[in-house]
Design a protein around this ligand. Structure first.
Ligand code: SF4
Length: 337
């Protein structure tokens, strides 16, 4: 098992060295298989009271550009085409009641009984607990009863109180994020984990974040996948250069090595660009996310990626790199075609 200082050295070292180690683990776990899903990403509202400094998506209540999708509009979006998984997240809305969110999940479940519903970040779960006065465990249990299958990995950002104070002081801290995922796993909800990097973090903080996730996975085995998210400066409040391709590939490779107890490492093409996601398959990634539909969060920050991708194009990103495309369900089972 790699140590913290060995991991920092790998991150500081040569891209090919870290890549080779990650590729070895990836091929042992998945051979040449690379996974993708027919999914819809739905951002139900950008109205948010947190206003994290790295976020170009959120708007304050009443601000120009704010929007809100009703549950009916959400259903209509999902109905537009074949979908195996929905990914639903939004801002921390000041006025909605918790029952709005349970109704949202119930509406999706009753209209699409077989769909995998992945919804809400730990930051939203924490917010629901605050607005409802319910314990986190009760919030999760109510959402599960409504039809939720898994939590998204968002809201983790980076597990560093130093950075939290500077960039997202109003959001749930690392302990809360880990507690929410642990509580979700306990009642049988699955989840993903993320890490936002390429802003003001140190190598040490990246390694710390990955080891914290490894520790929780060893305890619960509830994570399906990890996603490294490179920061996009766009129209956020931070004036920083974009993360280099080499740095992105190194972080993905390092995550594959440290998170050897995670089944899947995702190359999220929306944030990476399709070309870099294609290459990331040689650096530990075995999952290219999905067809998406219409992504708004990263596009608010000015990513060059398209907002949607056809299944055919997604499969080409996989076969073009010499891997075998496997259409999966939301729970990473092979989709029945
Ligand atoms: S990252 Fe999430 S919580 Fe933070 S401002 Fe954006 S929408 Fe709100």
């Amino acid at each position: 098992m790699i140590t913290h200082s060995e991991a920092v050295r790998l991150l500081e070292g040569n891209l090919i060295d870290v890549g080779k180690k990650a590729d070895e683990i990836r091929r042992k776990k998945h051979g040449i298989n690379s996974y993708y899903v027919l999914n819809r990403q739905i951002n139900y509202s950008n109205i948010c009271i947190s206003r994290c400094k790295f976020c170009a998506f959120a708007r304050s209540p009443g601000e120009k550009g704010e929007y809100f999708l009703s549950n009916r509009e959400i259903i209509n979006i999902i109905a537009q085409r074949e979908t195996d998984e929905v990914h639903i997240v939004g801002g921390l809305h000041p006025d909605l009641l918790f029952c709005h969110y349970t109704d949202m999940i119930k509406a999706v479940r009753s209209n699409f009984p077989d769909i995998w519903i992945k919804a809400f970040t730990a930051a939203e779960i924490d917010h629901f607990s605050t607005i409802s006065g319910l314990q986190v465990e009760e919030v999760l249990s109510d959402l599960k009863t409504a039809g939720l299958n898994s939590l998204t990995g968002g809201g983790a950002e980076i597990f560093s109180d130093r950075i939290r104070q500077r960039l997202f002081p109003k959001k749930a801290d690392a302990d809360k994020w880990l507690f929410i995922h642990k509580s979700a796993h306990k009642i049988g909800l699955r989840s993903s984990a993320t890490m936002l990097f390429g802003h003001i973090e140190t190598d040490d903080e990246i390694v710390h974040h990955l080891f914290e996730l490894r520790k929780l996975q060893a305890e619960t085995n509830g994570f399906n996948a990890f996603v490294a998210l490179p920061f996009h400066p766009g129209s956020s409040f931070l004036d920083l250069p974009p993360v280099s391709a080499v740095r992105i590939l190194k972080v993905i490779a390092l995550s594959r090595i440290i998170l050897s107890n995670f089944p899947h490492i995702k190359a999220y093409w929306v944030m990476l660009t399709p070309k870099l996601a294609e290459i990331a398959q040689f650096f530990g990634a075995d999952d290219l996310d999905g067809t998406i539909g219409k992504e708004l969060i990263t596009h608010s920050a000015g990513t060059e990626s398209p907002s949607s991708m056809s299944e055919e194009k997604l499969r080409k990103l996989i076969t073009g790199a010499g891997f075998a495309p496997i259409r999966r369900t939301g729970n990473y089972l092979k989709a029945v075609l």
